[in-house]
Design a protein around this ligand. Structure first.
Ligand code: F42
Length: 332
């Protein structure tokens, strides 16, 4: 029976996102994730407010990049949040979207080493240890926080490539996979199992998290319309191997990429095909969504993120998910 999370991309004013986060807690969600991109609202401003205005839901950055924010600062921020909301914070890490990091000319050098070293720094610093690290990416001569958390903070790692999926399962408490289709999870599970075995863990020791593009509405046309921009950007950012897995023509993806480059949004949206919705989103009526979530949980997904756009109207879709979709899984 999967747990439910909701993910907000803070493109709206912080108070709107916090309002939806409080509503999501009341609606029965188990987690709230806030994405972290330098050009949106600051993730820790959001998370601090969520710590203040909620009292049960677990929450965290999903995901923050060590190339943008040094791991010791993430350790400091997460430990400070944990002091505000003991046993409720979860740290989501990832290498960072290439598209956004390219704007800053930040290259993701040795991404596997960077993530491994970041996890080590955060785990050791937040429990009050003095840390020395001469890594491939990070060098820390001797750092220690002047405070520590009562309980270790779980670390979930965003991963899509095979090696990162395996590493995330090996060293993380959860693997966050940006995908919505069973084919992508069948592919991911092979690498996740490999990482779990390497660490001598069992599959039930980690959360397998589906970070989906999600849009629920009683009116399937409205659900599709809301999901169109998100699917267009996923297609544009998808590697060839993923497009091929879903039999999506590279030419169709390139048409969307070119239209995005020109800012020709009419062309962007008109080039999104039904196969693209099928491959890169879960959208439609509650029954359609239930069927797809069911498929993913049968493959091994244990935590299901209803990601952007969530639906045509966020508030109404949170209510719809809470009343029509979650109960199907809570009673199972
Ligand atoms: N990115 C953001 O910037 N902000 C977000 O809020 C965010 C949310 C999010 C949620 C879920 C999720 O799955 C991803 C999310 N992302 C977000 C994207 C994430 O940050 C990454 O961009 C995304 O996961 C894609 O990266 P990846 O996991 O596939 O890793 C990349 C870097 C990759 O190339 N991985 C390869 C692989 O096989 O896994 C590694 C290739 C490689 O470089 N290997 C070298 C080697 O020699 O093997 C490395 C050697 C070394 O030492 O590192």
């Amino acid at each position: 029976m999967p747990k439910f999370a909701i993910e907000f991309v803070p493109t709206d004013a912080y108070w709107k996102v916090v309002y939806h986060a409080v509503h999501a807690e009341k609606a029965g969600y188990d987690y709230v994730w806030i994405t972290d991109h330098f050009n949106n609202r600051n993730v820790y401003v959001l998370l601090t407010n969520i710590a203040i205005y909620t009292d049960r839901v677990r929450f965290g950055p999903g995901v923050t990049s060590p190339y943008l924010i040094h791991p010791v600062m993430t350790a400091q921020s997460m430990a400070s949040l944990s002091e505000m909301a003991p046993r409720r914070v979860v740290c989501g890490l990832g290498t960072g979207d290439k598209t956004t990091l390219d704007l800053l000319n930040i290259e993701r050098v040795k991404p596997l080493s960077a993530v491994r070293e970041t996890v080590q720094l955060i785990r050791e610093l937040t429990v009050g240890e003095a840390v020395k690290l001469e890594g491939d990416v990070f060098n820390v001569a001797g750092a220690r926080l002047n405070f520590k958390v009562a309980d270790p903070i779980p670390i979930f790692i965003g991963a899509q490539g095979p090696k990162m999926l395996s590493l995330a399962a090996e060293i993380g408490d959860g693997v966050l996979i940006n995908a919505s289709h069973p084919k992508d999870f069948e592919n991911a599970m092979e690498h996740i199992r490999e990482g779990v075995e390497k660490a001598g863990k069992k599959m039930e020791d980690i959360e397998v998290v589906a970070a989906t593009a999600f849009s629920a509405s009683e009116d399937p046309k409205k659900a599709l319309k809301a999901a169109t921009p998100v699917v267009a950007f996923i297609v544009a950012g998808s590697p060839e191997s993923v497009l091929q897995r879903h039999k999506i023509q590279i030419e169709s993806a390139n048409k969307i990429r070119e239209a995005i480059g020109k800012g020709n949004w009419g062309d962007v949206f008109s080039n999104v095909t039904p196969e693209m919705f099928e491959a890169f989103s879960i959208c439609g009526t509650p029954d359609t969504c239930i069927e797809k979530i069911d498929q993913l949980s049968k493959i091994g997904v244990t935590l299901f993120i209803t990601g952007s756009p969530i639906g045509p109207k966020v508030h109404d879709s949170i209510n719809l998910i809470s009343k029509e979709i979650m109960p199907h899984f809570k009673k199972a």
